[in-house]
Design a protein around this ligand. Sequence first.
Ligand code: ADP
Ligand code: MG
Length: 367
Amino acid sequence: MKIVLQNLTKKFPSRNKKSREEVIAVNDFTFEIPDGKLIGLLGPSGCGKSTALNLICGLQKPTSGRIFFGEDDVTDLPPEHRGVGLVFQNYALYPHLTVLKNITFPLENLRGADKLSREEMEKRAYEAAKLVQLEGLMDRKPSELSGGQQQRVAIARALVKQPRVLLLDEPLSNLDARLRLQTREEIRRIQRQTQVTTVFVTHDQEEAMSISDRIVVMKDGVVQQIGKPQEVYDDPVNLFVAKFLGTPPINIFRGRAADGQLFIGQEAILPLQGVSDQEVIVGIRPEGFILQEDGPLTCKLSRVEVMGRDISVVSTHSCSENAVIRSIINAENAVDPEAENVRFAVKPHKLYLFGSETGERILFTAE
Ligand code: ADP
Ligand code: MG
């Protein structure tokens, strides 16, 4: 089921009694979520992710704009008639009910033509449990399950009504690191298997990048960029997106375009074409540095961290906006950890320029 958002906006009255200014939690969202795909809705806390999800499921009404599921305009449809499955961060299982009863719960209240017999309900529950690999645990109570298993019960409960759309709001936040990894792969597998159109909300860029077909990067209620994770990483539209994606994060420098060269401090580090002379913000991905004895970018070496396959060279530079610069170098390129300086050349396709005031991307060609 394709989802279409059309100029979708949600405003809230200010919570601050002194200021009347309203909060625009979701600002003019217009995009399409293709049928059968998993979309990661990504952005920092407070940027409007949950509000966007609540609008799609119908728990909140938009201030303006429309929502379509396929060709159906569902904007005025109550949540129970939209055919959505919901999973939240706190999975809110019924503690006194078994896993089986927790999963059948949403089916108990079906009326009329949709009403199911006990037998049918249990058959559906076992099918959903099988998807999340919980069939062996149907008689347990939630307290007898691990956090990851409890979250899988919540997912089975969302799937049991065979929703047209699955909506997940930070579903992994309560799990420890290892379970988070496992469960996110599990969610991906279930999504592939059921082909249910899924919106996955998270503030964790790594999580979103790893499981999404497409990511939607948001800031202050405004969509910044939509695309395949790798495309957005490789081709960010602005400084915010460049900084939000990637671990370790992108390294930021104050720089200057002048006379067909990019300067960081006094050093000309790259020939530039198509950029007028101006102050710029320079972003260099950690993997964008090449160790080079006479390289143009000279940094003060702080330390070298061995990570097995690669090494992480930690250094500083007077024009760096970050406390330290992190460059990831193939371990075969040994660095003398006692050296005072380390010199780099940069890979042009791993270097981005942004307007110093606007933060908007400035395109260039490197000769
Ligand atoms: P996220 O899920 O990305 O952390 P939310 O969608 O929860 O963000 O919130 C987006 C913005 O809307 C925030 O500034 C938040 O304070 C505000 N907001 C959310 N819900 C309400 C509400 N019911 N009333 C007033 N403001 C709200
Ligand atoms: Mg939220």
